[in-house]
Design a protein around this ligand. Structure first.
Ligand code: SF4
Length: 279
């Protein structure tokens, strides 16, 4: 490698670290594709999330049939619970919309409470709203959101049959005075997460999912109270509020390093086995 190639490589690593930091990731998992000549010249293309079961070396038990899970008609009991849960989530949404418990509340355009099925089996927990989410008041939209939707669909669900929330409900910005500035996202601080966490706890209590999936380092560390890196934490079940919790990579990390999709797929297969076992 000559000097100019070396400088190019260092610039690439620096840019990637900056992007990862903006998404709360503090590990940079390098792979050969990032270092190849092609990757230096072209942006990384999104791959289809689907990975053949034979390629992913999953066990026979884990190799379960992927089929679209149609939303079941609620039973009388579920209808009552749903109404109850819907009402409770609606009340919580109003409370969050008024909240100014931390500085994030002063500058946000919209509080982003969460979205999905009030009696979902699976609840995804991300880090916090970004630019687009802040503008539209919905969680996980844009490229990372589209990828999360593909993951959910590959698991046999629809986006509206799971629940998606974040650990903080307002947009953490590097420059809070300018919410119209793109590239202004930053991860929430531990204090901001701690202040906002009771809202997430309340959502978990209302929805009572069978499994929680944390996306990325910030939400995983906050819920598991650890400083460990996401690459060590992912793929292993823990518990939060008595519910199994599976940490995995944030979809934004997959956009930067598509090779991580395979790890996420392994993690999601473990989740699906557990959800199926729980009936
Ligand atoms: S981030 Fe959470 S605690 Fe802070 S103002 Fe928004 S809703 Fe309130």
């Amino acid at each position: 490698m000559n000097q100019s190639e070396y400088i190019k490589l260092l610039k690439l690593v620096r840019t990637s670290i900056e992007e990862y930091k903006n998404w709360g990731e503090d590990e940079l998992v390098l792979d050969n594709s990032m270092l190849s000549k092609k990757a230096k010249q072209e942006p990384i293309k999104e791959e289809k999330i689907a990975v053949k079961a034979t390629e992913s070396k999953i066990t026979k038990q884990e190799n379960i049939q992927m089929k679209t899970t149609e939303k079941k008609e609620p039973t009388v009991k579920q209808t009552k619970q749903t109404k109850n849960a819907e009402q409770k989530l609606e009340d919580l949404k109003k409370q969050i919309a008024e909240c100014k418990k931390c500085n994030l509340g002063k500058y946000r355009l919209n509080a982003v409470c969460g979205s999905g099925d009030p009696y979902a089996n699976i609840m995804f927990v991300g880090e916090g709203p970004g630019f687009q989410e802040d503008h539209e008041g919905k969680p996980f939209i844009g490229r990372a959101g589209d990828l999360l939707t593909k993951i959910i669909e590959a698991m046999g669900y629809k986006r509206e049959t799971v629940y998606i929330a974040n650990i903080v409900k307002c947009h953490p910005m590097k420059n809070p005075e300018n919410p119209e500035l793109k590239g202004n996202d930053r991860p929430p601080t531990p204090e901001e997460m701690q202040t906002c966490q009771p809202y997430l706890d309340e959502q978990i209590k209302i929805i009572s999912p069978k499994v929680i999936i944390t996306l990325g380092a910030s939400s995983t560390r906050a819920l598991l109270k650890t400083d460990d890196v996401i690459s060590n934490l992912r793929g292993k079940f823990s518990q939060y509020m008595g519910i199994p919790l599976m940490p995995t990579y944030h979809p934004a990390a997959l956009l930067r390093n598509p090779k991580l999709k395979r790890d996420v797929w392994h993690d999601m297969q473990k989740v699906m086995v557990l959800v199926n076992k729980k009936g």
